[in-house]
Design a protein around this ligand. Structure first.
Ligand code: SF4
Length: 395
């Protein structure tokens, strides 16, 4: 991880070497109860910062109640306000909202237009300065600064070898964000209060942009693939883009922006972000479950069911274990389908079970730190293993 200028966001530091996982709510912010509930759930799932949209007066008015509800529930997660178009007005007209938020996110492309742009931008920076709040200057290719884009297109057209439209957008996005960040500094906001981001939805484009951004500035970087999409597509695209950059030490806080399936929990994006960091061995959040894919040697789907049960059980226990047994997140659990790789993989894990495959003795040996400690039999193997696992954790 290369050195960035660290930024304190409430009780969390961004840019000091550890990648901070963040997320964003999708409730109507004006509904304080529902928004506080979702922030609480995201934080319980492991989100260290949570962003909410503050898009109108009703939302701004609801912010103090949201924060009060969270604090009453002993949830101290920093809450970030996302402002577009009218942020200058809302932050001035709702001082309690401005005070209670831990950070403001603004988009240099829609902070204001024409002559009023600089004035409105300065007004937001002034509030941040007065209240000692950090600001994320976050560009998005869907809302690029049109004036800047028009100027750059003009200049590009005069070049002997003009940039492709994709390269021009990437350049404009970086310039928009860095120009605004430096403008914020000229208005008196120190670099220790500035985080920047440039979000696009293309994997290769995101990689190019962040590699360049990383070289061009020392600001802490918020990293994420915007509009990544639904289901596997969103998860794979985000993982591909973020992994390349994180491996190069680029990215100080990440958000995985997934389009949720109907009824899918919002916390999914937090789990995916954590899993990316965990798979890259950058940070640990929960025990790692090693499970074989299964094949014709497995007698039934029982072992896949067991692997799922074990994973879900540990996910449910993690909020409690995180407090009582923080070391548990480094644990490795193996759930294997037969004798071929089962005992070997189980011995390498902190705790592992090898279920019986086709034609094998109907028993399931358990290994704890390389030693065979139990042999489970009968119809209740899953619960027995989970009980042994719980006992192992609290020992
Ligand atoms: Fe198949 Fe056994 Fe390998 Fe699992 S461990 S994939 S069941 S051979």
């Amino acid at each position: 991880m290369t050195n960035r200028i660290p930024v304190k966001v409430g009780n969390t530091e961004v840019g000091s070497g550890r990648v901070v996982v963040q997320s964003m709510t999708n409730t109507d912010t004006a509904n304080a109860k529902a928004t506080a509930q979702q922030i609480y759930e995201l934080h319980q799932a492991g989100s260290e910062l949570v962003r909410i949209t503050v898009n109108n007066e009703e939302s701004a008015a609801a912010v103090p109640e949201i924060i009060d509800r969270l604090r009453a529930a002993r949830c101290d997660v920093p809450v970030i306000g996302d402002f577009h178009y009218n942020g200058h007005r809302l932050l001035q007209d709702f001082p309690e909202c401005a005070e209670k938020l831990a950070k403001y996110r603004i988009n240099p492309g829609n902070v204001g237009f024409g002559k009023k742009r600089d004035q409105q931008f300065e007004s937001i920076i002034q509030v941040a300065k007065d209240l000692n709040k950090p600001v994320r200057i976050g560009g998005n290719w869907g809302s690029l600064d049109q004036k800047l884009m028009a100027r750059m297109m003009d200049e590009n057209a005069r070049l002997i070898e003009p940039l492709s439209s994709e390269a021009l957008i990437e350049k404009a996005l970086i310039e928009s964000v860095l120009t605004s960040a430096r403008q914020a500094e000229s208005f008196g906001l120190p670099a220790e209060k500035i985080i920047v981001s440039c979000k696009v939805s293309g994997v290769q484009s995101l990689i190019r942009i962040y590699q360049s951004l990383h070289q061009q500035c020392d600001y802490a970087l918020h990293l994420g693939l915007t509009e990544a999409g639904m289901g596997n597509k969103g998860i794979v695209a985000s993982t591909a883009a973020l992994s390349v950059l994180l491996q190069q030490g680029i990215g100080d806080t990440i958000r995985v922006s997934l389009t949720p399936e109907p009824n899918q929990a919002r916390t999914e994006e937090v789990k995916v972000a954590q899993q990316i960091l965990q798979s890259l061995e950058l940070q640990s959040f929960k025990p790692e479950v090693t499970a074989c894919p299964g094949c014709g040697r497995t007698t039934s789907e029982f072992f896949q069911v067991l692997a799922k049960q074990v994973t879900e059980h540990m996910d449910a226990k993690m909020p409690q274990w995180r407090l009582s047994h923080p070391g548990v997140k480094e644990m490795n659990v193996a759930v294997m389908g037969c004798i071929v790789n089962g005992p070997g993989e189980s011995k390498h894990a902190d705790i592992g079970i090898s279920l019986p495959g086709t034609g094998e003795t109907p028993s399931a040996p358990i290994f704890i730190r390389g030693q065979k400690t139990h042999t489970l039999k009968g119809d209740n193997i899953a619960q027995q293993f989970i009980d042994i696992l719980d006992e192992f954790v609290v020992q």
